[in-house]
Design a protein around this ligand. Structure first.
Ligand code: COA
Ligand code: AMP
Length: 631
């Protein structure tokens, strides 16, 4: 390692091209990066490694399988919900992927074609992703907890040739049938896929449509393995849709070259994980954490990744995570604070942990939402290993701020994800664009250009990319989070400043939930806010004003609205509470005072802004939520 944290960070900002040229040596290129490492000719559309060519799947699998790691475990599948455990060596995983790439190629999928993957946490989901990378096709994984309508929106935006799915997923003991959701989604789309490949699982049998749907196993049996296709470093590897402030999700686009370089760099430098070691990201392949740290980064680094189909609690008990760590020799675990809170709630004394040998565990990394100090202390006292909070987003694809233990572990400050990772120039800006002094909250931004691995645009929507992220402050990326730096340069993230909320580490849009509620025939207007929740961090609550002529029982309408959001967005939206209210608090110009409502719901002393139209409405909201009215 060249130096400590400060010198590495400085070097990355003073000489980004030199820094990332050096990091690029961890990747096997077909055409190595040339003189120019960064194409900055069209800001804010920066491109890393122009002219270089590679294949991401080759780097994740073939080079290990053909080298010294053919018999090393690449992926360990552990599924307490089906009672299955299976290990794939690098050789085996490569062969599966090559064969499925053959299936896709046989269906006409080639470079640049999109493939939507709507699957539970099964190895075939990883195989499908890597098979796309192998062909230069662009995958778009849709989280299994999203409903048919959400899937349809994504299919219509990505316009895939093929959708890869499964007959079902398992939520604890509940079987969630995916195929009816897929069929419903396809019926709703304007651009249906030509084919679907469906993995039949023993827990549910999907009905296949003749001519359109193929059975995974049958297709694999007759397929010819396909080889890696070389693509440009700047070509798209995947699209991952994430929640914005409206009902239209944003298709975050990631490239091949920058992504491979950044993720390969992150494994030893941020996570301190080397080849041959076992790394486990307890997330889902449908989220960015799953893309980066279940699939690509551990494999690019020659490590072993764990694919866990289960929950931290209930599958079967709050010792589930500790069992997986001890059984598979996990050195580093990465999950969301909500998972740890779920374990803490059911096993506050950590009795389940004592049943397992966790001596191999070196570090716990947490991200996806704010790590509250009490969860931090509970986990670090219990585990006796460093608990590292780190902060990032779907858009960045890898951590913006972290304690880079592979470079130099820094003292931990609970409540802070430590400092900007090398490559990131984090600035806190006020409304006028000036830098905030230490301790003062502002908009958390990143000075352009951002390092490799960050999103290059929004799919089919360069304008929205600029408007949403790059237009607010010239030369800076707007993260959407508020926060501050302290005197020592430690970053504190205080939460989103837009309509995005984080529920159990899942990113959701309150704006989108409002759009769904507004479609109900009885609803005149509505507001959805995210309120603090002990387990999930935040949960949404809806407030609805009914149309004047409506005479039906409010509780019936509220129940319909809860069901509507579950049907339209999915169970993952977790909207369980809808309050029917006579009026919504607004400014005189008609803007709904969501922030004030949030303060009331969180039990804070909410002060009505001077622009409020009628302060008495706040007391109505307090009464509805059972909060004590202000005297
Ligand atoms: N397919 C179908 N349904 C799904 C789903 C999937 N892939 N994932 C979640 N759901 C459903 C859940 O079953 C639940 O349904 P319910 O309302 O009928 O109970 C709903 O969506 C909400 O899910 P979630 O918010 O995850 O709540 P939960 O009670 O099922 O679990 C935790 C809570 C904390 C245990 C769980 O969120 C967890 O394991 N979190 C830690 C790891 C993590 O998720 N990280 C994410 C990003 S890093
Ligand atoms: P996602 O795109 O789903 O990864 O969600 C990104 C958002 O999650 C960020 O913008 C933050 O609001 C939140 N987030 C992620 N990690 C952290 C963290 N360590 N601390 C506080 N908030 C976080």
């Amino acid at each position: 390692m060249a130096g400590g944290y400060e010198s590495e960070h400085r070097r990355s900002l003073e000489d980004p091209e030199g820094f990332w040229r050096e990091a690029a040596s961890a990747i096997d290129w077909v055409t190595p990066p040339g003189e120019r490492i960064l194409d900055a000719s069209r800001p804010p559309f920066y491109r890393w490694f122009p002219g270089a060519r590679l294949n991401t799947c080759y780097n994740a699998l073939d080079r290990h399988a053909d080298g010294t790691r053919a018999t090393q475990a690449a992926l360990v599948y552990d599924s307490p919900v089906t009672g299955t455990k299976r290990t794939f060596t690098y050789g085996e995983l490569r062969d599966e992927v090559a064969r499925f790439a053959g299936v896709l190629a046989g269906l006409g999928v080639g470079v640049g074609d999109r493939v939507v993957i709507y699957m539970p946490m099964v190895p075939e989901a990883v195989v499908a992703m890597l098979a796309c990378a192998r062909l230069g096709a662009v995958h778009s994984v849709v989280f299994g907890g999203f409903a048919a309508h959400e899937l349809a929106i994504r299919i219509d935006d990505a316009r895939p040739e093929v959708v890869v799915s499964a007959s079902c997923g398992l939520e604890g003991s509940r079987v969630v049938e995916y195929k009816p959701l897929l069929d419903e989604a396809i019926a709703e789309t304007e651009h249906p896929p030509r084919h679907c490949v469906v993995l039949q699982r023993p827990e549910a049998k999907a009905v296949l449509e003749d001519g359109r749907d193929l059975d995974w196993h049958e297709a694999m049996a007759s397929a010819t393995p396909a080889d890696c296709v070389t693509v440009d470093a700047t070509d798209p590897l995947y699209i991952l849709y994430t929640s914005g402030t409206t009902g239209k999700p944003k298709g975050v686009v990631r490239d091949h070259g920058g992504h491979a370089v950044a993720l390969a760099w992150s494994m030893p430098n941020i996570y301190g994980v080397g080849p041959g070691e076992v790394f486990w990201a307890g997330s889902d392949v449908g989220w960015v954490v799953g893309h980066s740290y279940i699939v690509y980064a551990p494999l690019l680094a020659g490590a072993t990744t764990v694919l866990y189909e289960g929950k931290p609690v209930g599958t079967p008990d709050p010792g589930a995570y500790w069992r997986v760590i001890s059984e598979h020799g996990v050195r580093v675990l990465f999950t969301a604070p909500t998972g740890i809170r779920a374990i803490k709630k059911e096993d506050p004394e950590g009795e389940h942990l004592r049943r397992y040998d966790l001596s191999g565990l070196r570090t716990l990394f947490l991200a996806g939402e704010r790590l509250d100090p009490s969860t931090y202390h509970w986990a670090s006292d219990l585990l006796g290993v460093p608990v590292i909070d780190h902060w990032w987003q779907t858009e960045t694809g890898w951590p913006i701020a972290a304690n880079c233990i592979g470079i130099e572990p820094l003292p931990i400050k609970p409540g802070s994800p430590t400092k900007a990772v090398p490559g990131y120039d984090v600035r806190i800006l006020d409304d006028a664009g000036a830098e905030c002094p230490p301790g003062v909250d502002g908009a958390v931004t990143i000075r352009l250009p951002m390092p490799p691995g960050n999103f290059t645009t929004l799919y089919n929507d360069d304008d929205r990319f600029v408007e949403s992220y790059m237009a607010r402050y010239d030369g800076f990326y707007l993260t959407g989070d508020g926060g501050h730096l302290d005197e020592d340069g430690y970053l504190f993230i205080m939460g989103r400043v837009d309509d995005v909320i984080n529920v159990a580490g899942h990113r959701l849009s309150t704006g989108e939930m409002e759009e769904v509620l507004a479609t109900h025939a009885d609803v005149a207007e509505c507001a959805v806010i995210g309120v603090n929740d002990e387990l999930k961090g935040q949960v949404p609550i809806g407030f609805v004003v009914l149309k004047a002529a409506v005479e039906r029982a409010p509780q019936d309408i509220a129940a319909e609205l809860v069901a509507l959001v579950r049907h339209q967005i999915g169970a993952v939206a977790s909207l369980k509470q809808v309050e029917i209210v006579p009026r919504l608090p607004k400014t005189r110009s008609g803007k709904i005072l969501r922030a004030t409502m949030r303060e009331i719901a969180d039990g804070k002393e909410a002060v009505a802004p001077s622009t409020i139209d009628d302060p008495a409405i706040l007391d109505e909201i307090r009464a509805t939520l059972g909060r004590t009215p202000r005297t």
